[in-house]
Design a protein around this ligand. Structure first.
Ligand code: NAI
Length: 389
C-alpha cells in the first residue's frame, strides 16, 4: 500500500472492523519505514515494547500541524507487525483529515497495539499501564482515547500513567450521542443538496446497526418524523426499535438492498464495495460507521450511480469533537457550535464535489489538505515540539 496515494489507499477515516484488513506484506526495515513515513507525510512513528506486560505498541503521529495528534488506541490481533504498522500509518493519516475538516485544533495520530490484550484483571492492568507510559513518553504530542478493542475502563487504567487520554468519564464521557447528532446534521445537509430541504419528515431511512450510534440516531430521526427500516444482528435491539420507534425490521443481509431515501451505515466498515454499491436502492448514503468505502473508488461508483455519499469522517466527527472540551479546553458552547458546523462542512464538501466534478470523498480529502496547506502557508507549520498542558 502506498499510504500517500489517494488512489491506492482506502478511505481516510479510521476503520473499526476486521472487514477492512490492513494491507499485508508491507516492508518493515528501518529504511522502508522512513520511506513509508515520507510518502505518507508522517512526523513520527514510535514503537514501544514492554515484555513484562506483554505489550507491543505502535504510536503513529501523522501530523501536529494543527495541534497535538489525536486518535484512538486500537487493539487488534494482527497477522504480523507489518500489518499493524500499515494500519497505524493509514489510520493516523485519516485522523489528520478528520480532525482538520471538523475544525479541531488537532493533528492526527493513532496507537495500534498488537493484540490480543490479556483478559485477566492484573494482566490487563499491566498491559494498559504500559500503554499509558508509552503515550506519556510522547510528551503530549499524541493524545488518545478508546477505539476498537479498547474500553473506557482500559483508558482509565492508561490514565493512571498519563494525562494524555481523553473520553474518560470525568470528561465528556461516551461520545456516541454527539456522533449521532452530528450524523443527523450531515443528513440534513445532504437532504438540502439532494431535495432542496433539510426536512426529513416522511423520508424513509434505512439504518444498518442499532448500537450506541445507530439507536440514538434512530430516535432523533423518529422525532423528526422519518420512517425507519432497521437491521441488526442483535435481535433485542431490533425489537427495541420496533416497539419503541415503530421501525420496520429487515434481516441484516437485506438492509443494503432496501428501497429508501437514505441509508445510514452504523455498524461495520468496508460495507460499500462494487457489489453492494450496485445493489443499493437509495438516493443518499450518510451514516456513523467508519471507513464505509472498502476502497476510495467505490465512492466514484456511488457518484456514477447518482447516489449522494456523505464522507464518513465528515458525518461521524461528533465524537471526536467532544475532544475539543476534553483536550483543548473548549467551552460546551464552542463544542456545540463545532457539532452544528457538521451541517455547513457537509454542505461545503458536497458543493465542492459538484463544482469540481469529483466524488464527495475526494472533495473532502482535498478540502482537508487545503486547510493544512493554509496553516503551512501562514508559517505555522512547525510541528509541536513541546507538550500541551
Ligand atoms: P456499537 O458496537 O455500539 O454498534 C454496532 C452495532 O452494529 C451493534 O448493535 C451490532 O450488533 C451491529 N452489527 C454488527 N454487525 C452487523 C451487521 N452485519 N448488520 C447489522 N448490524 C450489525 O458501535 P457504535 O459505537 O454504535 O459505532 C458504530 C459505528 O460508528 C462503528 O463503525 C464506529 O467505529 C463508528 N463510530 C462510532 C463513534 C462513536 O461515538 N461511538 C464515533 C465515530 C465512529
Amino acid at each position: 500500500m502506498d499510504v500517500s496515494s489517494a488512489n491506492e489507499r482506502t478511505t481516510a477515516g479510521e476503520p473499526t472492523t476486521s472487514s477492512e484488513p490492513a494491507s499485508a506484506g508491507e516492508p518493515t526495515t528501518s529504511t522502508d519505514l522512513a520511506t513509508l513515513m515520507e510518502r505518507g507525510g508522517h512526523e513520527q512513528v514510535t514503537v514501544v515494547r514492554d515484555p513484562s506486560a506483554g505489550y507491543l505498541g505502535i504510536m503513529a503521529v501523522h501530523s501536529t500541524i494543527l495541534g497535538p495528534a489525536v486518535g484512538g488506541t486500537r487493539v487488534w490481533r494482527y497477522g504480523s507487525f507489518d500489518e499493524a504498522l500499515a494500519d497505524a500509518l493509514r489510520l493516523s493519516r485519516g485522523m489528520t483529515f478528520k480532525n482538520a475538516l471538523a475544525g479541531l485544533p488537532f493533528g492526527g495520530g493513532k496507537a495500534v497495539l498488537l493484540g490480543p490484550a490479556p483478559e485477566g484483571r492484573a494482566e490487563r492492568e499491566a498491559f494498559f499501564r504500559a500503554h499509558g507510559r508509552a503515550v506519556q513518553g510522547l510528551g503530549g504530542r499524541f493524545v488518545t482515547a478508546e477505539d476498537v478493542g479498547t474500553s473506557p475502563a482500559d483508558m482509565e487504567i492508561a490514565a493512571r500513567e498519563t494525562r494524555h487520554v481523553a473520553g474518560l468519564e470525568r470528561g465528556m464521557g461516551d461520545p456516541s450521542p454527539y456522533t449521532a447528532r452530528g450524523v443527523l446534521r450531515a443528513m440534513e445537509a445532504a437532504a438540502v443538496e439532494r431535495w432542496g430541504s433539510a426536512h426529513l419528515a416522511g423520508r424513509r431511512l434505512a439504518i444498518q446497526g442499532l448500537g450506541n450510534v445507530g439507536m440514538q440516531l434512530a430516535r432523533l430521526l423518529r422525532e423528526r418524523g422519518a420512517r425507519l427500516v432497521v437491521a441488526d444482528v442483535a435481535k433485542e435491539r431490533v425489537e427495541a426499535a420496533r416497539h419503541e420507534l415503530g421501525a420496520e425490521a429487515v434481516a441484516p443481509g437485506e438492509i443494503l438492498g432496501v428501497e429508501a431515501d437514505i441509508l445510514a451505515p452504523c455498524a461495520l466498515g468496508g460495507i460499500l464495495d462494487a457489489d453492494t454499491v450496485e445493489g443499493l436502492r437509495v438516493e443518499v448514503v450518510c451514516g456513523g460507521a467508519n471507513n464505509q468505502l472498502r476502497r476510495l473508488e467505490n465512492g466514484d461508483r456511488l457518484s456514477a450511480r447518482g447516489i449522494l455519499y456523505v464522507p464518513d469522517y465528515v458525518a461521524n466527527a461528533g465524537g471526536v469533537i467532544t475532544g475539543g472540551v476534553d483536550i483543548a479546553g473548549w467551552s460546551l458552547d464552542r463544542m456545540e457550535a463545532a457539532l452544528e458546523g457538521i451541517f455547513d462542512t457537509t454542505r461545503a464538501v458536497l458543493a465542492a464535489a459538484r463544482e469540481w466534478g469529483v466524488a464527495p470523498q475526494r472533495a473532502a480529502d482535498r478540502l482537508a489538505e487545503e486547510r493544512l496547506a493554509e496553516v503551512r502557508l501562514a508559517g505555522m507549520d512547525t510541528p509541536l515540539r513541546h507538550p500541551v498542558a
